[in-house]
Design a binder for this molecule. Sequence first.
Ligand code: PLP
Length: 396
Amino acid sequence: MDIFQKCLDYTDADDAKASGYYPYFRVIESESDSKVLMDGRELIMLGSNNYLGLTTHPHVRKRAHDALEKFGPSCTGSRLLNGNFSIHEELEQRLAAFVGKEATLVFSTGFQTNLGTISAIVGRHDNVVIDKDDHASIYDGCKLSYGKVSRFEHNNLVSLRKTLASLGSNAHGGTLVVVDGVFSMEGDVAPLPEMIEICKEFGARLMVDDAHASGVLGPRGEGTAAHFGVTDDVDLIMGTFSKSFASLGGFIAGDAKVIDYIRHNSRPFIFSAAMSPASVGACLGSLDVMESEPQHRERLWEITTRMQKGYRDLGFDLGTSETPVIPIILGDEMLVFAFWKRLLDEGIFVNPVRPPAVPAGRALLRTSYMASHTDEQMDYVLETFARIGKELGVVG
Ligand SMILES: Cc1ncc(COP(=O)(O)O)c(C=O)c1O
């Protein structure tokens, strides 16, 4: 059989396009901001992860520009051999101090960070235990490792304990538990203090993916561990630069010996080119801003509180979201696409999300907020959601 047969038989995307309900690969013709241009129309952007709105911050752009000018457009090599620039090391030192860990290592994407960390740490005799709703990159990091993978029910402490207990004693290997700090689709937060206690009871190490928490949670945006005041008890903190940092790349932070091991043993790190200078420059700029301009995070939380309350008062189901990731849970996939299309017609861009990205029966509209959204934009969003919600029979 031709290995391409599955491609020739694949019609899902064409079918969706023909029905007028194809939401993917929308072309954005402007910079990433609280409003964007699509098909020549201006839309309010409720579908990005630019939480602090730093993509348009002059200092962030200047540092990206300066790094490009000084170091050029590419490092043209792996950090291990020929692509290790002084700004990578500067960023790693700054990040370690920011999140409160001894050392960090930066990767070229967040996805690669999870692949490269989990596959380096979890060996043949080890266990890795993950939340069922963890990000795809955590799943794929587990696949790339040679360890035994177990899943527990989402944010369920009883299930975590049961799963760890079921692994029994293992004289030859250890256990890594990996959770998202803030879950990317439903915006709920992992109960880290309780998880830490359970991990300690079973001698397991804990890694937290802060893709949606960096810049957002914690007194200065340090992440989920700082939010709960448990930084010393979270063994590994992972973050991406593609969200609050307004850049591209990722980092892993932890004890110096552990980070050094990953640096020398992670194949996705070693056999891949270094993060580009402009991306590193943007991250350094964002760190400067996070440390010196708390107003962006404060504004983000003002908007988040207002929108959480606004949607709940209208009668929408937001699940247990507590963050700027606010899901409008509709359950039915067709309803999600109908609602998404009506919002697009009214000038609002959101992400329709269906299984397998969420569990069956929990299809939703993922909305997310940024510090640069205006009050007028948020008024219009709530009015429009109320109107369409009534039209489609979602709210009374
Ligand atoms: C929870 C989580 N982890 C990891 C990633 C991967 O990060 P990146 O897109 O920066 O590669 C994402 C991004 O979608 C994410 O949401």
